[in-house]
Design a protein around this ligand. Structure first.
Ligand SMILES: [Zn+2]
Length: 570
């Protein structure tokens, strides 16, 4: 990359020429020009060679991390052990120390992730002595906890849930809710914030209606549960059917093991099955059509049905033991705070099924590129490029930076930023000591020379420092806030939620269409592999720029700690 400055010198030189001195000055200028050109040539060659070497290092590491041998780096698998060993060995060799601040777990901070999916679902109803069991084709019962059970609870019909009955009517009972919302006459807006499906016909089933009903449905359910109902039984008389509810709810969910569990019980029943239950009520027999008419009539009041329900749901849990890798370059004045650099090491493992030939999601760009970048940043900070002297000694013998610098390879990002969340919930240092955090995710997108985009621009107190470093490094910063559209899709967000100023500064966000092209093609697919000629120009420049950022923010004179905490939230 050609440095700025040269054309300015030439322009200034023209103004200096005066009669009499013209020849002398012209000669001096010529000499200066030649010296500068020679100097610039050397600098350019050095820069180019440095960038080429850096690209080669990134490529070598990505090839290893994204190899089939590492199996797509899935948390809790052999692929994780290989990945962590590969990264940790390099960090150890370059002289980092453990950053867990936990002698029992040096380097590797345990993260316990729980995968949950619905298991048992039982729905039984009783009319007087008669027991009616609904099959899985007629009903689905789900719990937000491990196991929830109610036995012989009376049903109370609450119509379309536009008003929530008082606690005395709901406590210990199963609220029966009609799923379909009908247009409400003006001035009679529902209590759930006007979430009516304006004019949607039941037979006009579109994805949007199903989605709208999902949102409305869960809002009404929560209101009823909050008001004391033991469970909510939703009668699927609208756009949603059992298959669409199941598809949405039976996905595996992941959470940290420390996360509190609810115990809510929700049931869904088809309109036809519910009609059969109503018809079985003997003398009190009604029909779904009858109940719907009732619910739509003015002055509708909730009332009991001659039915009781026994509902049970359980959740299958799988515990995954995985790790964040945390290394540190100790600073001279750790009391002045710390700078964090992070990248997620995990990906999806095997993600395709036969007959596809390649079944592994190798995650070359997402995020072998970020991890490789993280290691190269650590290498440059641990071994500053100055002479060959004493570089076999670890940096921490003579710390060069005021602040501690933490390097974190996070786990379970793909499962919901869980590794970063775990770091923030159980940090090795008080989080308020963190002056700045820089995340690297999917950085191998753009060619060299691409401007830098900032995910989190305008949201932290870091902007001024980043702008200053960009000026010093002759890099163009994009002022657009377009990258912020991705703020919640990267680990920095987990830190931001804990009030840590975290940004992602990368050429990958400099021209958003490049990133979007990746999202449209290889992203989260088995084709995200190290392809011949993979673009690493932007990634190499990102590494060098992040090194400069860390140097800046680790300098307590350039960035006094108080100033940053004090200006937070502006
Ligand atoms: Zn991803």
């Amino acid at each position: 990359m050609i440095r700025q400055g040269l054309p300015v010198w030439i322009a200034a030189g023209r103004g200096w020429a005066r009669a009499g001195l013209r020849l002398v000055i012209a000669g001096m200028l010529m000499l200066m020009l030649m010296l500068m050109l020679a100097g610039a040539g050397v600098a350019v060659a050095a820069d180019t060679a440095q960038l080429r070497a850096l690209e080669a290092s990134l490529l070598a590491q990505m090839s290893q991390l994204a190899s089939d041998d590492f199996g797509g780096r899935e948390p809790g698998t052999e692929g994780e052990s290989k990945t962590l060993r590969f990264i940790a060995k390099q960090w150890f060799d370059m002289g980092l120390v453990s950053g867990t601040n936990d002698p029992g777990h040096a380097w590797f901070a345990p993260v316990t992730v729980v995968a949950r999916e619905p298991a048992v679902s039982t729905a039984q109803f009783r009319v007087k002595r008669r027991l009616i069991t609904l099959s899985g084709d007629d009903a689905l019962v789900l719990t937000s906890g491990r196991r929830s059970l109610i036995e012989g609870a009376p049903l109370v019909f609450v119509g379309r849930g536009s008003t929530t009955p008082p606690r005395t009517e709901l406590a210990g009972r199963v609220a029966v809710l009609l799923d379909r919302h009908v247009p409400v006459a003006s001035g009679a807006a529902g209590a759930d914030g006007g979430a009516q499906a304006n004019g949607v016909q039941a037979n006009d089933v579109q994805a949007n209606d199903v989605q709208a009903n999902d949102v409305q449905g869960s809002g009404r359910q929560n209101a009823l549960l909050g008001a004391g109902a033991s469970a909510v039984l939703t009668v699927l008389d609208g756009p949603r059917n059992l298959a669409s509810v199941a598809a949405r709810r039976q996905r595996r969910g992941y959470a940290l093991a420390s996360e509190a569990l609810g115990g809510d019980l929700e049931g869904f029943v088809t309109a036809a099955a519910f009609d059969r239950l109503l018809a079985a009520q003997g003398k009190a027999a009604t029909s779904l059509a009858g109940l719907e008419a009732e619910a739509d009539a003015p002055g509708f009041a909730p009332h009991g049905l001659e039915l009781t329900a026994s509902l049970e749901a359980t959740t299958r849990e799988t515990t995954i033991h995985t790790f964040n890798l945390i290394g540190k370059l100790p600073g001279r004045h750790p009391e002045a705070g710390a700078v964090l650099v992070l990248a997620h090491w995990d990906h999806f493992g095997t993600c395709a099924r036969p007959p596809a030939e390649h079944l592994i999601c190798n995650g070359a760009i997402d995020n072998a590129s970020g991890v490789a970048g993280l290691t190269e940043i650590a290498r440059r900070l641990a071994h500053p490029p100055m002479g060959a002297a004493a570089l076999d000694r670890p940096q921490f013998d003579r710390p060069q930076f005021d602040r501690d610098i933490y390097f974190i390879a996070t786990t379970a990002e793909e499962l919901g930023l869980l590794g970063a969340e775990s770091f923030a919930e159980n940090p090795p240092l008080p989080l308020k000591k963190v002056v700045a955090a820089f995340n690297l995710d999917s950085i191998a997108i753009a060619p060299a020379g691409t401007p830098l985009g900032v995910v989190g621009i305008g949201m932290t107190p870091l902007d001024a420092g980043i702008t200053q470093v960009a000026r010093e490094e002759h890099r163009v910063l994009v002022k657009s806030k377009a990258p912020n559209a991705y703020i919640a899709r990267q680990d920095g967000w987990a830190l931001m939620r804990h009030d840590v100023p975290a940004v992602l500064v990368s050429s990958a966000y400099g021209e958003i269409w490049r990133l979007e092209h990746f999202f449209d093609t290889d992203y989260h697919r088995p084709t995200d592999v190290v392809k011949p000629g993979i673009e690493l120009g932007g990634a190499a420049e990102d590494v060098l720029f992040t090194v400069a950022l860390v140097r800046h923010f680790a300098d307590a004179r350039k960035v006094p700690a108080g100033e940053w905490r004090g200006s937070k939230g502006k």
